[in-house]
Design a protein. Structure first.
Length: 120
């Protein structure tokens, strides 16, 4: 048996059904094009190989250069025995938002975020 909707009494606004339909179509098309763009990008990366750039008719059209960034999380995950020797404990200062919200709810509420997503 499904749980009752906890948002059954929230305020709602009636939407233009045509705009909603177009948004769904656009989102679906965007997702499809993103997948296709990523697939083609991977093919280009494969073609570049170890080079730093790719050309079309001799003109550089893409760059695939190394940066000063590393995939540290992946390194640690794939090499846990080695990584354990380089793990350090650090003290960290963090903002206690829950305490702030209890004392300054009016200010905190101005920074509340909203999420936009499809119900279907």
């Amino acid at each position: 048996m499904p749980l009752p909707d906890p948002y059954v009494d929230e305020p709602v606004s009636e939407l233009d059904p045509e705009i909603y339909k177009l948004w769904l179509q656009a989102r679906e098309n965007a997702d499809g094009w993103t997948r296709e763009a990523n697939r083609l990008k991977q093919r280009l990366i494969d073609q570049v190989g170890e080079a730093s750039a790719g050309t079309v008719h001799g003109e550089k059209v893409i760059y695939y250069r190394y940066t000063d960034a590393w995939a540290v999380a992946r390194l640690v995950k794939e090499n846990p025995d080695l990584a354990q020797h380089y793990m350090v404990t650090r003290e960290e200062e963090v903002f206690d938002f829950e305490q702030f919200r209890r004392v300054h709810r009016d200010i905190a509420d101005r920074y509340r975020t909203r999420s936009f997503r499809s119900a279907g």
